[in-house]
Design a protein around this ligand. Structure first.
Ligand SMILES: [Zn+2]
Ligand SMILES: [Zn+2]
Length: 690
């Protein structure tokens, strides 16, 4: 938050734990008579609302000298929500000015924007959108005030008699949290209507809403836009009428709007679904089914490089690779409890081995088999297959385990949300004494591996248990030990750490690792999850140095998360221009004319013998066309040779950005290329391979 100044006004002095002296004095005049309101307290135009005793309020709210009052500036997270929601009001007013028959649904702020749902017989057209935007501009210029008015249920019903959806919300008051976005309109407590009042003091529009809003429509400025229209069911249920949802975005300034739109454009260009097609990496054939990917040769090369590198690193890290099947009898997931806690996410069972006689009577009961949604129970069975001693621990099992999860088809998204995917899944079995040390090793392992792939920005989140005893299992002592261990491990990493209470799974605390990509977007990647529950459920044991049986602790660790999702993240991060070691084609030879192709073949043969994925383009295309083709395909290194290079035993490099390094002796060229691969260099320009 840009201005988090807290103004606790008591005996004329300023208190407050997170008081920022400068921001408060910047925003507040020296002496204010109480009672007063936000306009007098914070005349700075960037302040659009108040936080009074912890609650968000309109700037017009009356405050007394005993209230703790903080300014909410337009660029703070709360301020942005208020701006965006207020813009949704303006849009709704504009819609009703143009189409008075339209009914109002709800209009909450969302990430980077807002939407408003409308009940209308005809869908909005692009012409409508233009007209709505014009009308919104007019409303902003009219500088209408947002005025809060408390109403009784009866008054609200009378005033909103023509708004069937709003009437329904009045009945929901208090329980509105269950409706997506509806808590914006009616929260717990009193019911309020916001009047839009013009300069002549006339109420020109009103909406049932709990607020708060910016003080007036002019505060909305010109940093907003309408983005798209979609269908949406009223209150998110397909049993309800379908409404028209208009999405918009709003920012404190036009510049910020433009920067946001540029980010969206860049993200669209990098969309992994689009790049996957353009670079011929993977697809989702309809004949196979939703959310099930096939990997084309070029995508397959990248995935194999990822997996091989990971395999090598795991071996060095003391992990052993295991294999487990894709389906299993029901009982395993009963014992693991997945069929209780995770049933919704599993595919329905396959019923096998049932036998019947000629009358159709069952003579042998069948068995239900399930596609596995998790690998953990199978790794546990490997542990359990024989007696274990403390000398066997830590035991680090690792598998690229393909799992199947029943995601709703509407929730599927490219490679990031699929129905079948391969986890780089590891389960570590440790003694309680080894837990901290091993968790530290795991985190270090995860970080170094992600850095191998060129990711550099990380932060950690430590999920701790809920205070409520019913929400977790195991004893307090174990939890405290494991949580403290994870905290120390996270702190030792030196990365930014956020601790969140109540976010842990019921069976143990965890560390989540998030990374930022080239566009500054945050992705949740790896998880280090402590588990006291499954060792208990499966009765896992090891014999300690004392000769007694003890229970091991499990660590679940996904590093990439899934190969599919991690690949998608890398693809977008690099916009398809991968580091040399991951590029499907690393080197392409382009002869200036066909007579120089033999010369390039000789160089490319040397590279291939050294394991480089190198080819010569022997097509009939002219050189310029070849250069364009392979630049579009994001091949990192183009080797070009003509008469001069051939006669001098050299070759010329051309890079993705069009830069060149000419006349490099062949031996040196080969060395440079091998170094680019082995050092995992990202080579986009001549300087990257000097
Ligand atoms: Zn509102
Ligand atoms: Zn697991």
């Amino acid at each position: 938050m840009a201005c988090g100044g807290s103004r606790r006004v008591r005996n004329g002095s300023l208190e407050g734990s997170h008081l920022l002296e400068s921001s408060v004095t910047d925003l507040t005049p020296a002496d204010v008579e109480f009672p007063t309101d936000g306009f007098a307290l914070f005349p700075d135009r960037s302040v659009v609302a108040l936080r009074v005793n912890g609650e968000l309020k309109d700037l017009a709210t009356t405050v007394t000298s005993t209230d703790a009052v903080e300014p909410v500036t337009i660029d703070s997270p709360d301020g942005l929500d208020i701006l965006r929601h207020s813009t949704a009001h303006v849009m709704a007013q504009a819609v009703q000015r143009i189409k008075p028959q339209t009914n109002l649904g709800i209009g909450p702020p969302i990430t980077d924007g807002f939407y408003y749902d409308f009940g209308t017989d005809e869908p909005f057209t692009p012409e409508d959108v233009k007209a709505i935007k014009k009308e919104m501009e007019r409303i902003v210029r009219e500088n209408q005030r947002f005025v809060r008015r408390v109403v009784s249920d009866e008054e609200a019903r009378a005033e909103l008699a023509d708004e069937p959806f709003k009437l329904e919300l009045i009945g929901l008051k208090g329980g509105a949290d269950k409706t997506e976005g509806a808590s914006v309109e009616v929260g717990a407590g009193e019911l309020t209507i916001y009047d839009n009042v013009n300069r002549d003091g006339e109420t020109v529009w009103k909406d049932l809403c709990r607020g708060p809003h910016v003080p007036n429509t002019r505060a909305i400025g010109n940093g907003w836009d309408i983005q798209r229209i979609a269908g949406a069911y009223w209150r998110g249920s397909e049993k309800n009428p379908q409404l028209q949802r208009i999405y918009g975005t709003a920012w404190p300034s036009k510049d910020e709007l433009r920067a946001y739109q540029a980010r969206l454009e860049e993200a669209a260009k990098r969309d992994h679904r689009k790049l996957g097609k353009e670079l011929d990496l993977f697809s989702f054939p309809d004949e196979i089914g939703s959310g099930l990917s096939v990997w084309h040769p070029k995508g397959g090369i990248i995935r194999q490089e990822m997996e091989q590198h990971a395999l090598k690193r795991h071996r060095e890290g003391g992990y052993t690779y295991v294999y487990t099947p894709h389906i299993t009898k029901r009982d395993l997931f009963i014992q693991s409890n997945h069929l209780v806690t995770y049933k919704e996410g599993m595919f329905p069972p396959i019923h096998l081995d049932e036998e019947r006689d000629e009358n159709g009577e069952i003579t042998k009961q069948g068995v239900d088999y399930y596609l596995k949604p998790m690998n953990c129970p199978m790794h546990i069975l490997i542990y359990k297959e024989r007696g274990r001693s403390y000398r066997d621990l830590p035991m680090r099992l690792y598998e690229n385990g393909t799992v199947y999860r029943y995601e709703l088809s509407g929730a599927l998204h490219g490679l990031t949300r699929v129905r079948g995917f391969t986890q780089d899944d590891s389960h570590l079995f440790v003694t309680p004494e080894q837990l901290e040390d091993e968790a530290g090793r795991v985190l270090e392992f995860v970080l170094t591996m992600l850095r191998d792939f060129g990711l550099t920005e990380f932060e950690l989140e430590l999920s701790m248990r809920d205070d409520e005893k019913s929400k977790w299992i195991g004893d307090e002592e174990h939890w405290a030990m494991a949580t403290d261990a994870l905290r120390r491990v996270a702190q030792a990493s030196g990365l930014k750490l956020t601790e969140v209470e109540g976010e842990a799974a019921f069976y143990g605390p965890k560390i989540d690792l998030k990374t930022k990509d080239a566009l500054g977007r945050t992705w949740q990647l790896s998880t280090v999850q402590i588990d006291f529950n499954l060792p208990e459920r499966f009765g896992l044991e090891y014999t300690g140095p004392d000769g007694e049986k003890h229970r091991p602790v499990m660590i679940h660790r996904a590093l990439f998360g899934s190969a599919e999702r991690f690949f998608a993240i890398l693809l977008e991060h690099y916009a398809g221009a991968f580091p040399v070691w991951l590029s499907p084609v690393q080197v392409i030879g382009i002869p200036v004319a066909e007579e120089f192709a033999d010369y390039l073949d000789g160089i490319v043969d040397r590279l291939r013998a050294a394991g480089v994925r190198a080819e010569v383009d022997h097509s009939a295309d002219r050189m310029q066309k070849k250069i364009r083709t392979h630049t579009t395909q994001k091949v990192p290194i183009q080797l070009i040779a003509g008469e001069q290079d051939r006669s001098q035993g050299t070759v010329s490099f051309r890079f993705r950005d069009g830069s060149q390094t000419n006349g490099v002796p062949v031996d040196e060229a080969v060395d440079r290329i091998l170094r680019a691969v082995s050092d995992k260099l990202l080579v986009n320009t001549a300087e990257d391979l000097a």
